[in-house]
Ligand binder design. Structure first.
Ligand SMILES: *Cc1c(COP(=O)(O)O)cnc(C)c1O
Length: 417
């Protein structure tokens, strides 16, 4: 059999004309090899031009850092509660705990797979009843790039006067009713990790409502230094600013952002077309034109009745290293099964595709089912857990060609039966 090049979910992809290296070279030539400088300013200006809405943007060392500082600036502190989407990557909720606050997980609605606005309101009322206090912030997420129910979530937030921080780490370039995600809340979080829509290798940004707010975030991100000739500290700060080298990559990547967006949307359409006749497999699509997803990852669901080759011995083999990427820092799994995991046919399909040099990945496991959050309050309706059992992410990134998509769909068909 021919040896195919492995197809990954979403790999970093540099501009054809080497713009990233040009900006990095500028940084070296000008001796700006520090976490501030012309590339940082230039990258922030490019991002501000892209999202518009008179927003001010602060480039940070990671999306996780942006979540952390955004929550801090919402006033989240020890003993506070933050309403957050359960169906997300851990970087939404972990920073809540860094602040000594408590994540309160809210389940998803079935159309966008994001925070259920009706459940959110019920949860807020229950928190007020139980704790006598109003939650400090609401954090909806744009999972796989799909816009959340912006209008309904904002209505609930405004009713109880709770600030919204949008985690749109996966949703750069997504729009709700024609307006960029991340510009609806008080703050919006972006990520430029290696697998996101664009990358700075590692990096993130916080979208802020004003220059004063952005200055406050920059101040927290540079150890909260007071204006004295010597180091004077009256508050706790962080070392969270983006490196001028990484920002150079970001400036280069901004020149290909529109291409990447067009590519992801094209790949999604192609999957939709090719998988339409395949019984038992459904591609997740936006519920209406109001929800303009960047389709960062194409996601499918498998009918539990679908038979997949190798299903009988699913989960018999331990996963060596992380599913996709951080192999060196993942603890060895203790047991092969947990009490909340994808169905056997989903795992069998993942293994089947993996053996054909295709990376796929289960949907994110809901935070309310993660052992580390077993004591966190959760308001559930079964939606995210049910999706986690049947869903799979498919390769969608800029390195995935039309030919690859055809091959992947053929392999999925081969895997059935
Ligand atoms: C990637 C991601 C983040 C964090 O971004 P990093 O840059 O990796 O720290 C936050 N939230 C979600 C939903 C993400 O997918």
């Amino acid at each position: 059999m021919e040896q195919r090049k492995r197809i990954y979910l979403c790999l970093a992809h540099m501009s054809e004309n080497g713009m990233e290296q040009k900006y990095i070279k500028d940084a070296f030539d000008q001796n700006w090899v520090v976490p501030l400088g012309p590339n940082v300013n230039g990258f922030e200006a490019d991002l501000e031009a892209f999202v518009g809405q008179n927003k001010h943007i602060v480039a940070l060392a990671s999306g996780t850092a942006a979540v952390h500082l955004g929550l801090l600036c919402c006033g989240v502190g020890r003993g506070d509660e933050v309403m957050t989407q359960s169906f997300t990557f851990c970087a939404s909720s972990h920073p809540i705990t860094y602040l000594g606050a408590q994540p309160v997980f809210v389940d998803s609605e079935p159309d966008t797979w994001n925070m259920d606005p009706v459940l959110l309101e019920e949860a807020i009322l229950d928190r007020i009843r139980k704790t006598g206090r109003i939650p400090r912030a609401i954090m909806p997420v744009s999972l796989y790039g799909m816009p959340y129910c912006v209008d309904q979530i904002l209505r609930v937030a405004n009713k109880y006067n709770i600030p919204v921080m949008e985690d749109v780490a996966e949703g750069l370039g997504s729009n709700y009713r024609g307006r960029p995600l991340g510009t609806f809340g008080r703050y919006g979080v972006l990520s430029f990790n290696g697998n996101k829509m664009i990358t700075t290798s590692g990096g993130g940004a916080l979208i802020c409502p004003s220059e004063q707010e952005a200055d406050r975030v920059k101040w927290y991100a540079t150890q909260a230094r007071e204006a004295y000739p010597y180091y004077q500290h009256e508050d706790i700060g962080y070392n969270y600013r983006l490196s001028n080298i990484c920002a150079g990559i970001g400036r280069g990547q901004m020149t290909v952002l529109q291409d990447h967006l067009a590519h992801h949307r094209h790949v999604q359409k192609l999957y939709e077309q090719l998988l339409a006749p395949v019984q038992g497999i459904e591609v997740h699509c936006a519920p209406s034109e109001d929800y303009d997803s960047n389709y960062w990852l194409t996601t499918i669901t498998l009918d539990p009745k679908l038979q997949v080759k190798g299903q009988a011995w699913a989960y018999s083999q331990a996963v060596n290293g992380a599913v996709g990427g951080a192999a060196s820092v993942v603890h060895g799994g203790g047991t092969l099964r947990t009490d909340c995991q994808p169905n056997d046919n989903v795992e069998a399909m993942r293994v089947f595709l993996n053996n054909r040099q295709i990376e796929s990945r289960p949907l994110w496991k809901p935070m309310h089912r993660q052992p580390v959050y077993k004591d966190a309050p959760a308001y559930t309706n079964g939606v995210s857990e049910a999706l986690f059992r049947i869903g799979l992410c498919l390769p969608t990134g800029p390195c995935v060609s039309d030919d690859d998509v055809h091959y992947i769909v053929e392999c999925i068909k081969d895997g059935i039966g």
